[in-house]
Write a protein of this length. Structure first.
Length: 115
C-alpha cells in the first residue's frame, strides 16, 4: 500500500513539474505578439486565463485529496470520527475486571441485562 502511494505521489509530482517546464518553452516572438495585440481572445483572455488557472489548480488539489482518501481506505482514522459505543454488558464486564463488583453481583446484573 505504501509503495502504491509513493508511486502515485511520484507520478503526480513528475507530471506537475513536467507540465510547468513544458509551459515555459514558448518562444519570445509569440509572447511579444500576444502581448502586443492581446492575442486572439483580446481583453477576455486576460480574465479567462487566470480563472482557468485557478479552476485547474482547484481540480488538481481536489483530485489529489480524493486520491489520498481513497488510498487511505475505510476505517483510516475511524476511531476519531466514529467512536465505538459501549453496551451495558461491556461496561459491566469492565467493572468486574477492575474489581469494582464481585462475581455474585456481576452474575445478577448480567442476568438482568440478558433478560
Amino acid at each position: 500500500m505504501i509503495g502504491i502511494k509513493f508511486g502515485l505521489t511520484t507520478l503526480f509530482t513528475t507530471l506537475v513539474v513536467w507540465s510547468s517546464a513544458w509551459a515555459d518553452q514558448g518562444d519570445q516572438y509569440r509572447m511579444e505578439h500576444m502581448m502586443g495585440n492581446m492575442g486572439a481572445w483580446g481583453w477576455g483572455g486576460m480574465i479567462f486565463g487566470p480563472i482557468m488557472m485557478i479552476v485547474f489548480i482547484a481540480v488538481a488539489v481536489a483530485v489529489g485529496v480524493l486520491l489520498v482518501r481513497w488510498l487511505g481506505g475505510p476505517g483510516h482514522g475511524g476511531e476519531l470520527h466514529n467512536p465505538s459505543v459501549k453496551t451495558p454488558l461491556d461496561i459491566l464486564k469492565e467493572r468486574f475486571a477492575k474489581g469494582e463488583i464481585d462475581n455474585k453481583e456481576f452474575e445478577e446484573r448480567r442476568c438482568v441485562l440478558e433478560a
